[in-house]
Write a protein that binds this ligand. Structure first.
Ligand SMILES: Nc1ncnc2c1ncn2[C@@H]1O[C@H](COP(=O)(O)OP(=O)(O)OP(=O)(O)O)[C@@H](O)[C@H]1O
Length: 722
């Protein structure tokens, strides 16, 4: 892993790619074989620190306009990257393109530059033409799968429009942006925008008129359609929107599909939406895959770390401790897992809740934790993304915890390390996640955790897909790499026995005791996170590697610092006992007693709980009346019972009565409990929220385990207190 004073890299001009093979022929693959020898450089990278520089912008044919050339120089883009030198001429020559090039290789400029140049050539906007132009005309559409990526592309477009002093305009069309959709559509209908950048659903609304009742824009003179992350657009189920948009725009247009990974599904899109496209594939010569190319940038080092699921958290904390003042992205598979681990990380690093708040002075913090996932409010997503992007790692360590919503296309400068808690369910997402680091020629490290055993096959699985990985050593508590002794059990070749690294597991107990069992919000999040992650594991496309039946669920649960196991069919009844004996010795017997730390929320919860018990009590009383009305007298009942046991007869009448009586007896007991609780509540009704703990004490004593797990815990506690 890169140390703080080691550097990100810049290519020595003398070591520029020796050979870039290009084909101007349609349908022929363009193979840019790159010699990516790098040199260390002590300074922070500049925008131009692209190790894959090839030719100058002036080498592009047909030539770029002077104003575009100058704008690119002004932005610090001194040379083109291979994908740019290969793609821009094709689009300028009005050819359709399908472009596959590794992450961080500069695909955005590869379509934005020719798009602006084409519009200036084919649809110039000046005083004369402006009069001829239909006011709400759109000349170009760029489609992106996510809001964040659309916003990022939009920024690049605006920057170049401004620097080239273009009269063209651009507009952002993304769902849930917090704006008024109707107003936006009316504004577009009035003034139009030469370029629309957006997500498929929102673009479809605007183009097909779903918002304003009729199309907000006129597309009959549309020149260029770009679909970025094309395979992802299809994976996300946007095919119908894409088809609808394509049906509303002229067939005589230029179309470009871009991604770092192309899938089978894209073939159909190419067939229906593109006309004889040039296929451009930028390949990277691999050092690790001998004689072959790889599908990830050469400056990206991908490592796997094999360890049991309950050591991952400690490994991450140790990694961060051994490499502070860096930017980390940690991927989880579900939104619920992100929410939970965001809380745990923030608590662990001691800056909970300040992080995503707008007014925080991040610079004062040592470790800034933030989170991002698709179910977050769009405004918060935007804010978090911007803040993480702007954080300066000279002053702070920054950790972004996220789902795959942040795996595609996002260009966050200076991300040093990407950590994957587990491989993504869709193997295609893997290089995209890794590719959030090592962008534009900088060095970067991506680490993926693998459970020992079957999951280690993933290394070969990725190698076949031209994604090389190497092993990373397990970090010990003193932050040195683990080295097995010659006498070590072969099972512990990759990581030590838990008895040799007790700190790794004691971190989990610390988190449980300090946070999960003291804050109901975190406790509930822990359960949701675990359940959602287990479900997600079952969805792995490579299910023969990620075999659910081989997953050690109890170790996974321990890795989540759970204090109770959720009721899931996947757990056998003795799993509960195993968990509470082997992994966690609970110090809590009733989960109803865990309070929300947020006082109004806790008050509302207690009120609800109270109502629940009142209802139960009411019901119990009704049942008792019913039972005593219809039951024979005690003596006759006793007689019946005696008779029943003496004769061992199975008279259905007496059996039913007996059951009813027993039920009534149970309900009466519950009623008595509820009455006692009610009494305790009315005593504390006038008490303020600070007395909540006392109420919990009462609850703790009076209410039995609410779930199967709590009863088990009670059994466990009883046994141990003996
Ligand atoms: N010619 C260039 N010279 C220097 N930097 C460049 C050049 N072109 C692009 N970059 C920078 O490279 C970074 C990555 O570019 P971009 O986001 O377009 O990559 P990408 O290929 O689209 O990656 P992904 O597949 O992850 O979406 C950006 O920060 C961009 O500013």
């Amino acid at each position: 892993m890169k140390r703080k004073n080691s550097t990100k890299t810049q290519t020595d001009p003398s070591k520029r790619p020796k050979k870039i093979q290009q084909s101007q022929n349609e349908g022929e693959s363009i193979n840019s074989k790159l010699d990516l020898s790098l040199i260390q450089n002590k300074s922070k990278p500049r925008a131009s620190a692209v190790s894959t520089y090839t030719e100058g912008w002036d080498q592009i044919r047909p030539k770029l306009s002077d104003k575009m050339f100058n704008a690119l120089q002004e932005l610090g883009y001194e040379k083109t990257t291979p994908v740019q030198i290969a793609t821009i001429p094709q689009l300028l020559k009005e050819k359709d393109v399908v472009v596959e090039a590794v992450t961080g290789s500069g695909k955005t400029l590869a379509f934005v530059v020719p798009l602006l140049e084409l519009l200036d050539k084919k649809r110039p906007v000046n005083n004369k033409t402006a009069q001829k132009r239909i006011s709400n005309e759109v000349y170009s559409i760029i489609i992106s799968p996510t809001r964040e990526l659309a916003q990022q592309i939009y920024k690049v477009v605006l920057q170049l429009l401004e620097l080239t002093k273009s009269k063209h305009t651009a507009s952002l069309a993304i769902g849930g942006s917090g704006g008024n959709e109707v107003e936006d559509a009316v504004e577009l209908a009035k003034n139009g925008a030469s370029i629309l950048v957006g997500t498929p659903g929102r673009l479809e609304d605007i183009i097909c008129g779903r918002v304003a009742g009729k199309p907000a824009v006129v597309c009959k003179n549309l020149e260029v359609l770009i679909m970025d992350e094309a395979d992802r657009l299809l994976d996300m189920g946007f095919e119908s929107q894409l088809k609808m948009i394509m049906s509303m725009i002229p067939k005589q247009r230029r179309t470009g599909l871009f991604s770092a990974t192309m899938s089978e599904a894209v073939t159909e899109l190419i067939r229906t939406g593109l006309r004889n496209p040039a296929k451009i594939t930028v390949k990277v010569e691999s050092n690790s895959l001998e004689g072959s190319e790889q599908k990830t940038p050469e400056t990206l080092s991908i490592k796997y770390l094999v360890c049991p699921a309950d050591r991952k958290l400690a490994q991450i904390f140790r990694l961060v401790a051994s490499n502070p003042l860096q930017k980390y992205i940690v991927y989880f598979s579900t939104c619920a897992a992100v929410d939970y681990f965001y809380k745990l990380f923030s608590k662990y690093y001691g800056n909970i809740e300040k992080i995503n708040a707008p007014s925080t002075d991040d610079k004062k913090m040592d470790v800034v934790v933030s989170s991002l996932h698709g179910q977050m409010d769009p405004k918060r997503r935007k804010l978090t993304f911007e803040k993480f992007t702007q954080l300066d790692t000279a002053l702070t360590t920054a950790i972004l915890i996220c789902t795959d919503v942040a795996s595609r296309g996002l260009d966050i400068p200076d991300v040093d390390c990407v950590i994957q808690w587990e491989p993504p369910t869709d193997p295609k997402a893997f290089p995209h996640r890794c590719g959030r680091t090592a962008r534009a020629g900088r060095n970067g490290l991506a680490i993926v955790f693998l459970n020992p055993g079957r999951e280690e096959t993933y290394i070969e699985f990725m190698r076949i897909r031209k994604i090389p990985m190497s092993r990373m050593s397990y970090l010990l508590a003193d932050l040195t790499p683990y080295q097995p002794s010659s006498t070590s059990d072969p099972q512990h070749e990759l990581y030590p026995a838990s008895s040799d690294d007790p700190q790794s597991l004691s971190i989990l107990d610390h988190l449980r005791n300090s946070y999960v069992s003291t804050d109901r919000d975190i406790y509930e999040k822990s359960i949701k996170a675990f359940v959602s992650s287990v479900k997600s594991y079952q969805k792995h496309e490579a299910s023969y590697i990620f075999s659910f039946k081989h997953l050690d669920l109890l170790t996974v649960a321990n890795g989540y610092s759970l204090i109770s196991l959720p009721k899931m069919p996947e757990f056998k009844s003795d799993d509960y006992t195993t968990f509470f004996t082997k992994f966690y010795k609970p110090n809590i017997s009733d989960f109803d007693t865990i309070p929300y730390l947020d006082k109004p929320r806790e008050k509302a919860r207690l009120l609800k709980l109270n109502q629940k018990y009142e209802q139960k009590a009411h019901f119990a009383e009704k049942q008792r009346h019913k039972a005593s009305d219809s039951a024979p007298s005690d003596s006759s009942n006793a007689k019946a019972t005696d008779k029943h046991s003496a004769n061992n007869s199975n008279s259905s009448w007496s059996n039913n009565k007996l059951k009813k009586l027993k039920r009534a007896e149970r309900l009466t007991k519950k009623l008595n409990k509820a009455v006692a609780i009610e009494r305790a509540r009315s005593l504390s009704a006038s008490a303020d929220a600070s007395q909540v703990d006392n109420i919990d004490d009462v609850l703790n004593r009076k209410i039995g385990g609410a779930s199967g797990t709590s009863s088990l815990l009670s059994v466990y506690n009883t046994k141990h207190s003996k």
